[in-house]
Design a protein around this ligand. Structure first.
Ligand SMILES: [Zn+2]
Length: 352
């Protein structure tokens, strides 16, 4: 009897998962359709996995007075990156659908489990990084399901996909906007470049796009690019603080993108001089230990320059770290603990 009951509950659980997931799947296209002009729809969908974990995904659809393009704004893929999340909160309070041409889909906190669990990089429910999970998996863990939901439901109706990040709680970072230089999709790339250059960010980074169409995109906005959409990403904020200037930069960036797409009229400053980068070099952490560096994000480094040292717990030198290329530090570990194999620093290489 006990066995039968548990079997019933397992079967019930499976049907429940299918019902919940199916609901999230089929409802989204209808939700956009059904949202009346000049109105805002807010709702929450939920994911449940076979380990008994569940997580909520809040979704907002802002439908403009007139029809137009669809911009998706994704925040909180990393739940410990606060300025993007708080920028979207502030934007939500201000945006007026009466003044909007087109539709804005907003995922204010994509990784609620990481946000409420104050978890660095990963979802504490499954230990997975949502920024590494695309295209996702329909019947996978919570993180894989969220990635799959975004790939199958959010990206298809989207014209322009904006993924907002900052430095995570352990990262020092200089604000920048980035896009993929996808040579096979030149029209989308050109618009991504234009939107990046007019976003209000002074540092504009173009990433080489080197994956095949059947390779996992891993990152949300790279998935959008692979699927033929215009994709770009902001990075502003660092070290688990809500820096007001980073919040404003991210928020004004959303307005600038809307303005450039002729969806919403706004007039925020765009820096006269842009710093352009067309490649980047990542330094992997050579040893687990305690990291010391006098350098900050935004500072220039020369090839061969000592950029820091790593000691063991007794204070004894383990490794000297040298810059492999000349460029500008876009982000780096800004706190003492470092773990072998993780990224220590990203150096942006200026356009020559
Ligand atoms: Zn991030």
């Amino acid at each position: 009897m006990r066995k039968l009951n548990s079997l019933r509950s397992i079967i019930g659980g499976i049907f429940f998962i299918i019902a919940v997931y199916g609901k999230a799947q089929e409802n989204f296209a209808q939700k956009i359709e059904q949202t009346a002009a000049s109105s805002i729809l807010k709702y929450t969908t939920e994911f449940t996995d076979s380990f008994g974990n569940s997580a909520k995904l809040p979704i907002v659809i802002v439908k403009g007075k007139q029809q137009g393009r669809i911009l998706t704004v994704l925040a909180g893929v990393h739940g410990y990156e606060y300025p993007p999340i708080m920028a979207v909160q502030s934007f939500l309070k201000e945006v007026n659908p009466e003044d909007l041409k087109g539709t804005i889909i907003i995922l204010p906190i994509a990784n609620t489990a990481a946000f409420y669990g104050r978890s660095l990089f990963v979802n504490p429910l499954d230990g997975a990084n949502l920024n590494n999970a695309f295209p996702g998996k329909e019947d996978g863990t919570i993180t894989q399901q969220i990635a799959h939901f975004i790939t199958k439901n959010i990206i298809p109706p989207t014209d322009v996909f904006l993924d907002i990040h900052g430095g995570d709680a352990s990262e020092d970072l200089i604000p920048f906007v980035c896009y993929y230089n996808h040579k096979g999709k030149s029209e989308a790339t050109e618009l991504a470049k234009k939107l990046s250059k007019t976003s209000g960010f002074a540092n504009v980074v173009s990433y080489p796009y080197t994956i095949e169409d059947d390779e996992p995109a891993k990152y949300a906005f790279k998935q959008a690019v692979q699927d033929g959409k215009v994709g770009l990403s902001f990075e502003a904020g660092k070290l688990a603080n809500v820096q007001e200037d980073a919040v404003v930069l991210n928020k004004n960036g959303i307005y600038n993108v809307l303005n450039a797409l002729d969806m919403y009229t706004s007039n925020f400053d765009i820096p006269e001089k842009l710093e352009l980068y067309d490649n980047q070099v990542y330094i992997k952490i050579p040893a687990t230990g305690i990291f010391y560096s006098d350098l900050y994000a935004g500072e220039p480094v020369k090839k061969g320059q000592k950029i820091g040292v790593i000691t063991n717990e007794f204070g004894e030198l383990l490794e000297k770290v040298l810059a492999p290329e000349s460029g500008t530090i876009l982000y780096k570990i800004g706190t003492p603990p470092v773990t072998k194999g993780e990224t220590l620093m990203c150096i942006g290489i200026p356009v020559k």
